[in-house]
Design a protein around this ligand. Structure first.
Ligand SMILES: *Cc1c(COP(=O)(O)O)cnc(C)c1O
Length: 437
């Protein structure tokens, strides 16, 4: 399959350049040229499929035969290797727990898949692909762990010294193998500026293959379709129909994946675009006007986005028709105090511990569902990732999963750089040489 740019439909790329570039040269986002409809046989087999098998069937139209079917079977099995349980919270509302991966958040799914797709593209090359990522906390850990131990790809994580939490830092500075953490004496913006400078540095790019693992990469959001089908299969087994799915959203990659799954045939009655007070998209659904603004900090901080990058993909899917978008998507805005109220209420009523992001998903369903409807919200992060917020509300300790405990015991191993690009460049070149030797 080919992929076009949202800025210019005649700008076409093959899979490999779309994945390795992330963004189209005209700064548009890549979209698949066509969205295939899944065959009857898929729906028949779906109840018996595991996540890897669903991944193979749903994603192979986009990734094969660029990647051979045999390789893609192995790839999907390895990428989708942790459980995604659907758990009952209240009578009508279930949580799809996406947080049982290496870093306890749903971004693990896209990162693990992207890493393995990139590894396919290094086969037969005598060069290593170097992924550069600047992080303010969570993206670095999902990307680093997604790529950990993957042949042919090395990862460099730049982060601002002293400005990420200890739990976040431990998840990418203790890994070793093909992951190098670089502690920068500066801010997140300095880290991002240096990564951008490296991508623009012609001389450096002649020596090294550099790429980003940016969240707009199509190989990061497409794999997220997999769990929508899986959730549907579980719901059918429970005898449910008329499913509403609520997606706690920031950059709207997760919702975009759900909408593409729907176009491929997934029966969903309604999607909910649930946000915190960064309510750009719900406002758009109400007024038809898209008005980006500066982001506002909330306790659901992974959703603090004032200009969602994947919104153009949603518009593209519906040919910019507001009516069509509104017939599939309901907007919902959760106020700050409602996040903590919901965590409190759901714990005292049902003994289920929500994280601030999942709380927004739950609340939207609780407010919007009709009597006989069935609702699933995407639980995007484990509550143990936000102990300060959650424990204060429920007045109980949130147990740390083993994985998190293990990170905390790991030994910090980092390189250091100043905020001067030349300094970083020298370090990067030296590290790449050491890795090659
Ligand atoms: C990234 C993230 C989101 C938002 O997902 P988008 O795909 O950007 O809309 C929601 N919750 C958590 C925990 C996240 O890390």
């Amino acid at each position: 399959m080919q992929f076009y740019s949202t800025n210019n439909a005649s700008h076409i790329s093959d899979l490999k350049s779309a994945v390795l570039n992330g963004l189209a040269p005209d700064k548009g986002l890549y979209m698949p040229e066509e969205i295939p409809v899944l065959p009857e046989s898929f729906w028949k087999e779906l109840p018996n499929m595991d996540l890897g098998e669903i991944g193979f069937h749903v994603l192979s139209p986009y990734f094969c035969p660029t990647i051979s079917e045999a390789d893609f079977k192995v790839l999907t099995k390895e990428a989708f290797n942790f459980p995604i349980p659907l758990k009952q919270v209240s009578e009508q509302i279930y949580a799809l727990e996406l947080f049982h991966g290496p870093t306890l958040a749903f971004k693990d799914i896209g990162a693990r898949f992207l890493a393995r797709v990139m590894a396919q593209f290094t086969k037969g090359l005598d060069k290593t692909i170097n992924v550069l990522v600047a992080t303010s906390g969570d993206t670095g850990s999902a990307v680093a762990n997604g790529f950990l131990g993957v042949d042919g790809v090395d990862v460099y994580v730049l982060y601002p010294k002293g400005l990420v939490s200890e739990v976040q830092e431990k998840q990418f500075v203790t890994l070793g193998q093909n992951v190098t953490a670089i502690e920068v004496d500066g801010t997140f913006d300095d880290c991002q500026r240096m990564v951008k400078a490296a991508f623009m540095d012609q001389q450096l790019n002649e020596e090294l293959v550099l790429t980003s693992a940016n969240s707009i990469n199509l190989a990061r959001f497409l794999p997220q379709m997999v769990y929508y089908y899986y959730a549907y299969a579980q719901a059918i087994k429970l005898g449910k129909k008329d499913i509403t799915v609520s997606v706690p959203s920031g950059n709207f990659g997760n919702l975009t994946a759900g909408l593409i799954a729907h176009k491929m045939g997934l029966p969903v009655k309604q999607f909910v675009a649930a946000t915190n007070i960064n309510d750009i998209v719900p406002k758009y659904l109400e007024t038809g006007i898209y008005k980006p603004s500066a982001s506002i900090a909330t306790s659901a901080n992974a959703m603090d986005v004032g200009d969602p990058s994947n919104f153009v993909r949603i518009q593209e899917l519906y040919d910019n028709e507001l009516q069509g978008i509104k017939s599939d998507i309901n907007g919902y805005v959760c106020q700050n105090e409602e996040i903590s109220q919901t965590i409190d209420l759901v714990y005292s009523q049902f003994k289920y511990i929500l994280d601030p992001h999942g709380a927004i998903g739950y609340r939207s369903l609780n407010d919007l569902l009709d009597n006989d409807d069935f609702g699933i919200f995407l639980a995007t992060a484990h509550p143990a990732k936000f102990p300060e917020t959650v424990e204060k509300i429920i007045k109980t300790k949130v147990e740390q999963p083993e994985r998190l405990k293990k990170f905390m015991l790991g030994k910090k191993d980092v390189k250091t750089s100043s905020r001067d690009y030349e300094d970083f460049k020298t370090l990067l070149k030296k590290q790449c040489e050491i890795r090659l030797a």
